[in-house]
Design a protein around this ligand. Sequence first.
Ligand SMILES: [Zn+2]
Length: 340
Amino acid sequence: MKKSFFLSLATVLTLHCYAQTDAKQNQDFTKYKNSISTLDLKNHLTIVASDEMEGRETGSLGQKKAGKYLIEQYKKNGISSTKATKDFYQKVPAAFMNKEDNENLPDSENILAFIKGSEKPDEIVVVSAHYDHVGIKRGEIYNGADDDGSGTVALLEIAQAFQLAKKDGLGPKRSILFLHVTGEEHGLHGSRYYSENPVFPLKNTIADVNIDMIGRRDSNHKDSNNYIYLIGSDYLSTDLYNICEDANKKSVNLTIDYTFNDKNDPNRFYYRSDHYNFAKNGIPSVFLFNGVHADYHQKTDEVSKIEFDALCKRTQLAFSIAWDLANRANRPVVDKEDGR
Ligand SMILES: [Zn+2]
């Protein structure tokens, strides 16, 4: 009698304690979201998309320099990598990238930063962006500020926000992997390599939030940058669709444009960025995207043209989606066959 009384009291206390943490976590969410700032994003992007990085061509010295900058930022924030990638690098061998369509790419690296979950550390939320771009052509440096400098610096800010929460004892319940992939411009090589050589089992990888180009606007939104294209959120999981919708309402209230989510859209963007290598493995994935513009894959994709207010809001949205995925009671259920 007594024992079970104490047991149930302990259970009640524990539940009470969890409920308190949950309430505090929700209350403080806004604080962490707001730690993502236009100023930080601008400071990071001014470096990542500077001439010094020489357009971040896959395997180039410029890309490696950009990679070092990313790692320095994680270290500064007290964020480490996974056990398997202690120095942050996952080597992506030249032979892997050149196998099908030989472009003579040299060895390159994915960069992995990791925040361990407090309650379900074995369940992983991936937040991804490619940090390669197209390098130097005819003596001109292609800085790729939007593609995908914007997503690259978004990851830094999202990681910092989660780490702030962790320092307050409100860290994510599931683990989060910040995955900076290489070789995207040459055929999604880095993410394909990761999906074939995952550091954590894909069956425990509950979702991918992929960010590729979120710092500009396209011609369909001439009058306002207060929008985002979401692609793929409902292809595998109704839960993920709802999570994205709710996270947006709770945070930045952008207009969500589903134009490119249409499976018959001729642009086929769903197949053209790194989330696809997760989605094809049955992992619910969402792609955040601002659409293409006149500077897409031109030397004029420069920091001076980035709309930092929009970049900030879209980064906050990605954070909000990841926050929900990491902290919600149940992982998103896969209730649909596939998106093809
Ligand atoms: Zn891109």
